[in-house]
Design a protein around this ligand. Sequence first.
Ligand code: SF4
Ligand code: SF4
Length: 184
Amino acid sequence: MSETQEYTPTIIKAEELDPKFKYKLSKMPGAEKLMLCFQCGTCTADCPISRFSDFYRPRKIARMVQLGLKDRLLSDDALWLCSTCFTCVDHCPQGVEIAGIVRVLRNLTVREKGVMPIVFKELASNILRTGYVYQIPESRHKRREMQGLPTLPKPNLEDVKKMFRITGSSGILETVQTFDKVKS
Ligand code: SF4
Ligand code: SF4
């Protein structure tokens, strides 16, 4: 914030708070330690995305979860900016897994709001179609061969399809709505 900018406080209404939210979330794998966050800010200071974004702040996400601001969190496309680099997890003095909390919040957004950025849908569709996150062109395979690198393992697409079906991911990919821009 520059010296000339005025500070605008965020107004939170009591009816926005869901006091049970933090307890529900802390039962989900990856978010178990969210109550241990004491807001030191190390995660935000070290997060590579926060360095380039005006509003992506992992510390703030942890606080919003503790306060129970579920609707705000699930409608905030900032959630999709996390690159899952795990720097925050490595550096948190309390062992809070912010990257895990973000993953849980993304899953809830997909389940309850039925939306995700188009790029995430495309990556998941690639896995379902080819077994790889990115489609690997034939030229890349040839280059590997020319350089004496081993051929890439052939994915078992039947197993991949089965995994998508059992986890419900195939159904999600068919019905999920997408948006194409995540503000930075
Ligand atoms: S580093 Fe850990 S304790 Fe500190 S604000 Fe981030 S999540 Fe909370
Ligand atoms: S995992 Fe996400 S929140 Fe944590 S440091 Fe990396 S980009 Fe930031």
